[in-house]
Design a protein. Structure first.
Length: 92
């Protein structure tokens, strides 16, 4: 099974303004942060991330999508922001 990272981002557009406010960054940077968070969560679940798609076992990808669906801006704390933001650039 495959799912597009862009599709997951579109699904979570409503949390981008909250992430931007929470970490005092632009909405574009918040979108980049969320993209990185999605990709890193997929990798932590040992799913394949390549060319903007997450792929793997049907059940594992389905569980991953369900997890991302539950995310809100409360999902992320300052430590997440520092790790993802400083290890990988979220600049525009």
């Amino acid at each position: 099974m495959k799912v597009s990272v862009s599709d997951l981002l579109r699904m979570k557009q409503n949390v981008i303004p909250g992430i931007a406010r929470k970490f005092r960054i632009s909405e574009r940077q918040a979108e980049n942060f969320l993209r990185i968070a999605i990709e890193e969560e997929a990798r932590s679940r040992r799913l394949n991330v390549s060319r903007g798609e997450v792929s793997g076992d049907d059940d594992a990808v389905s569980d991953f999508v369900k997890e991302v669906e539950r995310w809100s801006e409360r999902e992320f704390d300052e430590e997440d922001f520092e790790i993802l933001g400083y290890c990988r650039s979220i600049n525009e």
